[in-house]
Design a protein around this ligand. Structure first.
Ligand code: NAI
Ligand code: 13P
Length: 329
């Protein structure tokens, strides 16, 4: 099980960074991008000005606009945004190569995690999830990064981790696929909340409180859905939460900052080229929490703000007016 030939599906910032990781030991890698201008730029100038500007890319990365070209890959790293996973997987050439899923979100309409969507569309393919604190521009520049690689089949998971590991890119193996996915999906919504705190000038105490109480929501929801605590406290949960709740490099945090400054969500989300997954995940997560019987007040507040149903002042007042409770409750 060596998974020699790797393909990457999705030429956004993170797909391009993953192709760069794979190419960094001299491996050839094929990158599928939806935009012809990305395919052309990667092949002609070894760059992706649309989604990962400034960073020079390895000439070992070859781009294609045709999914059929990935038919003979031994494993595929899938990096399209969560809401497009189903449609892109459905167009892949037939095969049973393992899929390494990188999108951080929950499917709207079905409330399915990415691994559940992939199992429906490609029932013959082993599924792994790669998730953690990994800003694409830092990874593509070769800066040190650790990440969780979760796969229910421990042997396949270890082989994939070995294949992707590089001196500056360190995957930790896990068999808790659900935990890795819930960590990544929930932290995006909480990063929006932390951005709101920043944009509205509510202070650093408030941000730390939101990270802690938001993490409590992630843990409650994760445990109810079968995640393990060590995954939620690990790279894919707490690690990624800390990263994206404290930096404007996070698109989700930046979106929240705009909301906190009083810009309507509709304006912030119009004509975006890059993805802020938390915006699509917030309403689905709020519904899923209700269906699971788990309280997620911060997630509900973000959802109300994004839907334009409440002002920043109102949601903050509502959160602060909740009945006092024991911390572990
Ligand atoms: N950027 C980052 O630092 C990281 C991103 N991720 C995750 O990776 C996933 C992809 O994000 P990025 O690469 O950052 O995206 P991006 O924001 O850089 O680019 C947007 C991507 O969406 C694709 N897209 C737009 N419309 C589409 C459609 N109709 N069908 C299929 N694809 C479409 C574009 O082709 C492009 O690849 C997200 O789930 C994100 O949460 C995970 C780790 C790090
Ligand atoms: O998931 C990420 C880093 O781990 C990227 O976060 P944003 O999608 O908020 O930019």
């Amino acid at each position: 099980m060596s998974f020699q030939k790797l393909g990457v599906i999705g030429g956004g910032a993170w797909g391009t960074a993953m192709a760069q990781v794979i190419a960094s030991d001299g491996s050839d890698v094929l990158l599928w991008a939806r935009e012809a201008e990305v395919v052309d730029a990667v092949n002609a100038t070894h760059s992706n000005p649309l989604f990962l500007p400034v960073i020079p890319l390895s000439p070992k990365i070859r781009a294609t606009g045709s999914l059929a070209d990935l038919a003979d890959c031994d494993a595929l790293v899938i990096v399209v945004p969560a809401q497009f996973l189903r449609s892109v997987l459905a167009e892949l050439p037939a095969g049973d190569a393992p899929l390494i899923l990188c999108a951080k979100g929950i499917e709207a309409g079905t409330q399915l995690l990415m691994s559940e969507v992939a199992a429906e569309v490609r029932p013959g393919s082993p599924i792994a999830v790669l998730s953690g604190p990994t800003f694409a521009h830092e990874v593509a520049a070769g800066q040190p990064t650790a990440i969780t690689l979760a796969c229910a089949d421990a042997e396949i998971g270890r082989a994939l981790a070995t294949r992707l590991a590089r001196p500056g890119f360190r995957p930790y193996s896990s068999d808790d696929v659900v935990g890795a996915e819930i960590g990544g999906a929930v932290k995006n919504v909480l990063a929006i909340a932390c951005g709101v705190v920043e944009g509205a000038g509510l202070g650093q105490n408030a941000r730390a409180a939101l990270i802690s109480r938001g993490f409590a929501e992630m843990v409650r929801f994760g445990l109810a859905r079968g995640a393990r605590i060590e995954t939620l406290t690990g790279l894919a949960g707490l690690g990624d939460l800390v990263l994206t709740c404290s930096s404007t490099s996070s698109r989700n945090f930046s979106l929240g900052k705009g909301l906190g400054e009083g810009v309507p969500a509709s304006e912030l989300l119009a004509d975006r080229r890059t993805v802020a997954e938390g915006a699509a995940t917030a309403p689905v997560l709020a519904e899923a929490a209700k269906a699971t019987g788990v309280e997620m007040p911060i997630v509900s507040a973000v959802n109300a703000l994004l839907a334009g149903e409440a002002s920043v002042r109102t949601v903050v007042d509502q959160l602060l007016a909740r009945p006092l409770r024991a911390e572990g409750a």
